[in-house]
Design a protein around this ligand. Structure first.
Ligand SMILES: CNc1ncnc2c1ncn2[C@@H]1O[C@H](COP(=O)(O)O)[C@@H](O)[C@H]1O
Length: 411
């Protein structure tokens, strides 16, 4: 019995010792693990800290460089060549007008497409019912362009009768606003392009072009500079509008044509054969068609945000770079193009953002961003030599001065 008791005592003692030893070992393992981690941390920080530091420094430099470029883009004097008056309405103003006329509020769709953009136009038109509405829309569009540092803008609009004015009165009202604007102390020179809507009748097109010609030939005119063919690209066809476009051209007006917003190879060929002074969008052109535009030296009006929506692309810099084939071709071949807003209100954008999108997509430095605007001076429809010269001087002197400041800062 006593033997049994002594054996069990020894066993318990042995058990405690083993547990103790095991516990200490676990402790030691933890200790070694901790030691290992610490030394790895120490080693990696001595090895990688400089790399981490330089990465951080690099990203800070890149960030400040980008901020500088964005500020540069904002400060540049810009030129707007493709801007639809009604599509430029501020959403708050649109809803104010709708409320005023007892109409339902406009809710911007979650994702905009070419289709739902064209279904929005009738609603926007229903909100602009009076001369006063049109005046407010025009002044706000001018103010928005001016705020983005645009100093020359060709605003296009389709004349139509409102409650208190007829088609001619519509154009007179817009011109009246331009005059009043110019009499103020803004730098922005506004010019007017009279639009023809391809989804409407030929008779309407003739009326619009007649008004444009009459206004253009009037001895006091300085605002009307051109005619545009636009509207829903899926309705109507270019060929039927050739006679009215010829009339505009024969009377000295410049002509720009929306082209290639949807696939239509035959129509693009027809437009190129006719040869407008500028091409709006020109998105779905083939390489040969693009080459023809290059040979004919027809500048292309690129509207980045609008074009991404038309092409059903995600709205970001990468997709602009990877998928806007026409912009890619312009960049590669150095073909003349302009950067514009199209419908700044409906697409919630502005002139600075559109230029900045292109600058980011192609990682353009200040010299190349300025180069785009420099080139746009030669694409304007303004016919008056003096105004063109003033414009060229203002834009280019500003560019030169801004670049000089930059160069001095970099020395
Ligand atoms: C998206 N890309 C586009 N493509 C073709 N036409 C467009 C357009 N965005 C606007 N419009 C044309 O401009 C009219 C609205 O302005 P205005 O009432 O004239 O000032 C639209 O009804 C359409 O005909």
């Amino acid at each position: 019995m006593s033997l049994l008791l002594s054996v069990s005592k020894h066993m318990t003692l042995l058990n405690t010792k083993v547990t103790d030893l095991f516990g200490r070992l676990v402790h030691k393992r933890r200790f070694f693990f901790l030691l290992g981690s610490l030394s790895t941390l120490l080693l990696s920080s001595t090895l990688f800290l400089p790399t981490l530091k330089s990465t951080l420094l690099h990203s800070r430099i890149v960030k400040s460089l980008l901020m500088r470029r964005k500020a540069f883009t904002r400060s540049l004097y810009k030129i707007e060549l493709h801007c639809h008056l009604t599509g430029s309405i501020r959403i708050e103003t649109l809803n104010e007008f709708l409320r005023e006329h007892g109409l339902q509020k406009y809710e911007p769709p979650k994702s905009l497409t070419l289709k739902n953009c064209f279904s929005a136009f009738p609603l926007v038109h229903s909100a602009i019912k009076t001369k006063e509405n049109l005046r407010r829309l025009t002044f706000e569009t001018l103010a928005d362009l001016s705020y983005a540092n645009c100093i020359y803008a060709e605003i296009r609009t389709t004349p139509r009768a409102l409650n208190d004015i007829n088609k001619a009165g519509y154009l007179e009202t817009v011109i009246e606003c331009f005059k009043e604007w110019e009499e103020g102390d803004s730098r922005l020179i506004p010019r007017l392009i009279v639009s023809v809507d391809r989804s409407k009748s030929l008779r309407e097109a003739e009326e619009n072009v007649d008004l444009a010609v009459e206004g253009f030939l009037s001895p006091t005119n300085k605002y009307i500079v051109g005619v545009d063919l636009g509207g829903n690209p899926s309705s109507g066809n270019f060929k039927s509008f050739i006679p009215v476009l010829n009339k505009a051209r024969e009377n000295g007006l410049k002509v720009t044509v929306h082209c290639g917003e949807v696939e239509n190879e035959e129509e693009i060929d027809g437009v190129l054969e006719w040869g407008p002074d500028r091409l709006g969008h020109f998105l779905t052109c083939s390489d040969e068609q693009f080459q023809k535009a290059v040979e004919m030296e027809i500048p292309i009006e690129v509207c980045p945000t609008s074009n991404m929506l038309t092409l059903d692309l995600p709205l970001n810099v990468k997709s602009l770079k990877d998928n806007h084939g026409t912009l890619q071709k312009c960049m590669e071949s150095n073909h003349s193009f302009s950067v514009s807003t199209d419908d700044s209100g409906l697409f919630s954008t502005h002139a600075v953002r559109e230029l900045w999108l292109v600058a980011q997509a192609y990682e353009l430095d200040e010299w190349r961003i300025a180069g785009i605007v420099w080139d746009m001076v030669d694409q304007v429809f303004e016919g008056n030599r003096k105004t063109r010269a003033y414009l060229a001087r203002d834009v280019r002197v500003r560019i030169k001065n801004m670049l000089k400041v930059l160069e001095n800062g970099e020395k």
